[in-house]
Design a protein around this ligand. Structure first.
Ligand code: C5P
Length: 242
């Protein structure tokens, strides 16, 4: 199946109400490949929002709930996520391989599980305070790779990672291991906001990213549809040169 350029774009519905989310689902359906629903919106109005995305019918669902619990609980929660017909979902890699395997088993064949390796909000010092070897405090990137290995061994479809880590992850785990990349900032989006390791859409795709999570540069643009079109043509150029 040939991928369309829009399939690279994942728009996070980072809104607190279903009404706001609905507005963007209607506006961007058919222009992006997936809508990401996170904890805030899911807790508040999950059923309603997922139903809206499904009814619009032109984009898939990424249910980003970042599970972390004992294996049996994770497995059963994953069954419920799969029942929502989410294309992708997430689990933390920080616990055990057994938990990751349980996640993959629970999700079944239709929902693909991505591992969250190290949150970008976590510093080396945080890692040390939480009891990890000080080697990881000096080099959190080494922990990202170690956890990606766990995800790979457990049968996860891929990981969430920064655009700067994509190339190394693809080199180690192969092209079919999916990379979902947040922290994307087009050259024209001046604000980096709270994102640190940012890359442009073109650079992320050149590095091998499969999906780009792009929120504020689209949401806060004067014309969000225009912003998506500019991003789409940047991705097209990068694909042509890859
Ligand atoms: O493009 P923008 O920074 O607005 O995207 C924010 C979205 O990316 C949020 O939904 C957030 O959960 C997600 N995300 C992130 N950093 C990560 C993982 C996910 O910003 N490391």
């Amino acid at each position: 199946m040939n991928r369309l350029t829009k399939d690279y774009i994942v728009f996070p519905l980072d809104f607190s109400t279903a009404a706001e989310a609905r507005k963007y689902v209607r506006l961007l359906s058919g222009r992006v490949g997936m809508f990401k629903v996170g904890l805030e919106l899911f807790i508040r109005s999950g059923a309603e929002v997922l139903e809206t995305i499904r009814k619009e019918g032109r984009a898939r669902i990424f249910l980003d709930l970042k599970l972390h619990d004992i294996p049996v609980t994770v497995s059963r929660a994953m069954e419920q996520i799969a029942a929502w017909r989410a294309a992708y979902t997430t689990v933390h890699c920080a616990e055990s391989r057994a938990m990751l395997q349980a996640a993959v088993e629970g999700a079944g064949l239709k929902t693909r599980v991505l591992g969250v390796t190290v949150l970008t909000s976590v510093s080396g010092r945080d890692l040390q305070e939480s009891g990890l070897d000080s080697a990881y405090a000096d080099d959190p990137g080494a922990l990202v790779i170690k956890r990606a290995q766990m995800a790979y061994d457990a049968g996860c479809a891929g990981v969430v990672c920064s655009g700067q880590e994509v190339a190394e992850i693809k080199r180690r785990f192969g092209d079919r291991f999916v990379t979902m990349v947040p922290g994307i900032r087009p050259g024209w989006a001046v604000e980096a906001d709270d994102q640190k390791r940012v890359v442009t859409p073109g650079r992320a795709v050149q590095n091998g990213a499969d999906y780009l999570v792009i929120g504020r540069p689209i949401r806060d643009a004067g014309d969000p549809v225009d912003a998506v079109e500019m991003i789409t043509s940047e991705i097209e150029d990068a694909l042509a040169g890859r």
